[in-house]
Design a binder for this molecule. Structure first.
Ligand code: DGL
Length: 265
């Protein structure tokens, strides 16, 4: 048993999709979330900048005596996993490894598309992880830089986001993909829009959900599940936007405004 909290960070709202998956299967765990809303997006920044931001995020969370850290951001996972893991000295779970394993799990996957931020796609992190595990798959990568700012602005339904989804995803129709990795933790918020564009025969992989299963296995194996009856979650933000609370509460299906605190890194 280990009642210490789990630290989770992202550039903004996206990591909440990972929080939701973790809370589904690990309801007794206490979550300390950090959304670096003052500096979102990370996906358009250079590698060195993302590494610096990720190290600052991780350092902030380690002050809460967390038992493990989840990098709930594909861009930071792609650029900064090694640096963060080296600095914190506790188990660190990223998005790329669980997402890649999830995409290949059924052994039938042949043609995979990965959608993500400019940084995550340019890093080729998914491509290399997938190629290492299977030489038989074809991989297409698509950058979707407008999704994150639109989602952060609360544009999670309606014409605008649909139009952008058509622009990015319609080329996939000709490629006969069987699997699509949502390689940015913001994307599950618009999962239905993505699904309607790529078609229901395409398997959608949510790396955050895969990471949650990975985390549960890790905690079980190390006998470090929490036994808290009521976990006192906290959501730290580096800047407050009304959209954050609106989208967060809509997506998580619970009130979190009283759990939000400001963070200075
Ligand atoms: N949600 C993050 C990701 O998974 C970061 C998006 C961004 O800040 O650009 O990549």
């Amino acid at each position: 048993m280990d009642n210490r909290p789990i630290g989770i960070f992202d550039s903004g709202l996206g990591g909440l999709t990972v929080v939701k998956e973790i809370k589904k299967i690990l309801p007794n765990e206490q979550i300390i979330y950090l959304g670096d809303t003052a500096r979102v997006p990370y996906g358009t920044r250079g590698k060195e900048t993302v590494i610096r931001f990720a190290l600052e995020d991780a350092l902030f969370l380690t002050k809460f005596k967390i038992k493990c850290l989840v990098i709930a951001c594909n861009t930071a996972s792609a650029f900064a996993y090694q640096e963060v893991a080296k600095m914190v000295g506790i188990p660190v779970i990223d998005m790329i490894i669980p997402g890649s394993i999830g995409a290949l799990r059924d052994g039938k996957t042949k043609i995979i598309a990965v959608i993500g931020t400019k940084g995550a796609i340019d890093s080729n992190a998914y491509k290399s992880a997938l190629k290492k595990k299977s030489r038989l798959v074809s991989i297409y990568q698509i950058k979707c830089p407008l999704f994150v700012p639109l989602i952060e602005e609360g544009e999670i339904s309606g014409k605008l986001i649909k139009l952008v989804a058509v622009k990015y995803l319609s080329p996939l129709k000709k490629l006969n993909i069987d699997t699509l990795i949502m390689g940015c933790t913001h994307y599950p918020i618009i999962k239905n829009i993505i699904k309607s564009e790529v078609g229901s025969n395409v398997k959608l992989i949510n790396p955050g959900a895969e990471a949650a299963v990975y985390l549960r296995k890790h905690l079980l194996k190390n006998n470090s599940l929490s036994e808290l009856k009521k976990a006192d979650d906290k959501y730290f933000l580096t800047d407050l936007s009304c959209n954050f609370i609106y989208v967060a509460e809509k997506y998580l299906g619970e009130k979190i405004s009283d759990k939000i605190r400001m963070a200075s890194l």
